[in-house]
Write a protein that binds this ligand. Structure first.
Ligand code: PLZ
Length: 464
């Protein structure tokens, strides 16, 4: 057991919050992480990848402490999960209290109030003031699968429309709905039927003038629905209001409202996948809020559970009630400990005004990313909203994706103690998803590391 954890155990299980400062004591990964990683390789399937083979001892605020005593700045939040930090006091306290009372009953066997309270909170917080109901599940993919099941039952239609660059999960249906082949789909087919794909308006890569991207993407989608699939066969259009894994792609103004208008006109349900964007991340409680759209169903997960596995589908009450009793569920759906954590996370998001905090993060970071875009020929585009920000790396003077450059810059950040993630259909986007509670000083330190990693890359001969 690492010394610091022993000290924590000696204090009666009370682990000290990590010092909010970047400290690089060893090579990253250090010797203890390397040793543990060897054990992992011998015992765990190669099917799981890893961004940074560092083993974590504790985490909190904007810091991850590894087993070698390095303090890494967290710009990943475990992929947009720990928005309130990885050990937020309100989450820890409610989880502790709940686990002492009971860890599980199965909500389909006997009920508990945490499930009801989370559902009430989601009905209140999600866009629109119409009557809403909620179903809780465990993972994001499960929420998307269930949204499709609900949409099919409510409309009695089979087809689902998804978009280029979309990511919806790894289960059979959600993998089918996901756009990118390697690593998500390759070799895992045959895929689920009745899933059709339309273009997503990716401003940086839209052929011709990006000013027409919203309108042209909508025209293509309408054509696919009306002339290829048949509008009266389409149950739902599923959209990430800002695409996550696909590369932090923000659709141009007018696209989401155009989608909503078209869906309504044809009795098609609009399903927003806000699994990555939800709960203050983009500087609004939900990314749908930036364009004022009100989806029929909204899928949430990640930040909802404050680090515990919890997901939800929230939507118009009459749609949610279309499924007969017993049609939805799951042994662990809305587990009581996860619900307790969610109540702590939601309380923190609201009380600490993390929506505003995400906007402040954008105001601190975006101007510096824009400078980087102007001065570094490998940076083709910078984009995002709130605390969901990204750089797209290209071959200088072109828009050709440069995944090797993204990988090299991420590796330099990692070596200097900053955890960033790479994403994008072409693997060439570096994304930033800091916990919303990160200190300004830490955030700016991480940004300086990112800036020098980009600049150092450029001066290294022969790499691009
Ligand atoms: N919808 C928009 O971002 C999960 C994927 C990590 P689960 N994104 C992280 C990986 O490589 O497996 C995600 C998402 C959006 C759905 C999901 C799926 O959520 O909780 O991973 O099932």
């Amino acid at each position: 057991m690492p010394d610091e954890r022993q000290a924590g155990a000696a204090r009666g299980g009370c682990v000290e919050a990590p010092e909010q400062r970047r400290i690089v004591r060893t090579a990253i990964p250090g010797p203890r992480s390397t040793q543990l990683h060897k054990r992992r390789q011998a015992s765990i399937t190669d099917g799981f990848g890893v961004t940074l083979p560092v083993f974590v001892e504790r985490a909190g605020g904007g810091i991850i402490v590894d087993v070698d005593g390095n303090h890494l700045i967290d710009l990943a939040s475990g992929i947009a999960v720990t928005s309130v930090g990885a050990a937020a006091p309100a989450v820890v306290e409610r989880v502790r209290e709940q686990t002492e009372r009971f860890t599980h009953t199965c909500f389909m066997v006997t009920e508990y109030d945490g499930f009801v309270e989370v559902a009430e909170a989601l009905n209140r917080l999600t866009p629109g003031d119409h009557p809403k109901k909620t179903a809780l599940f465990t993972t994001g993919a499960e929420a998307v699968e269930n949204a499709v099941k609900i949409a099919r039952t409510a409309t009695r239609r089979p087809a689902v429309i998804v978009l280029d660059h979309a990511y919806h999960g790894r289960t059979l249906l959600t993998m089918t709905m996901t756009a990118k082949n390697v690593p998500y789909k390759d070799g895992f087919g045959p895929y689920a039927p009745e899933v059709y794909r339309a273009p997503f308006p990716y401003p940086y890569r839209w052929p011709g003038c990006s000013r027409h991207a919203a309108e042209q993407a909508l025209d293509r989608l309408k054509d696919i629905v009306l002339s290829q699939v048949g509008a009266d066969r389409v149950a739902a259009i599923v959209v990430e209001p800002i695409q996550g894994e696909g590369g932090f792609i923000v659709p141009p103004p007018g696209y989401l409202s155009g989608l909503q208008e078209f869906a309504r006109a044809h009795g098609i349900l609009l399903v927003a996948d806000e699994i990555q964007t939800g709960f203050a991340r983009t500087g609004d409680m939900f990314a749908c809020g930036h364009e004022g759209i009100v989806p029929d169903l909204i899928c949430t997960a990640k930040a909802l559970g404050g680090g515990m596995p919890l997901s939800a589908v929230t939507g118009r009450a009459e749609l949610m009630d279309a499924v007969p009793a017993g049609g939805l569920g799951g042994t662990y759906a809305g587990n009581p400990v996860a619900c307790a954590a969610a109540l702590g996370a939601l309380e923190t998001i609201e009380q600490e005004n993390l929506v505003e905090r995400a906007r402040t993060i954008e105001a601190l970071v975006m101007p510096r990313l824009r400078d980087l875009e102007k001065t570094s020929p490998v940076v083709g585009d910078v984009r995002g909203r709130g605390a969901m920000l990204a750089l797209e790396l290209v071959r200088p003077g072109t828009t050709d994706p440069a995944p090797d450059v993204a990988k090299d810059i991420a590796a330099r950040c990692h070596a200097d103690g900053v955890v960033v993630l790479v994403c994008g259909t072409y693997g060439n986007v570096i994304r930033m998803l800091p916990p919303l509670v990160i200190d300004d000083a830490l955030l700016l330190d991480a940004l300086s590391v990112l800036e020098s990693s980009v600049r150092e890359h450029v001066v290294t001969p022969g790499t691009c």
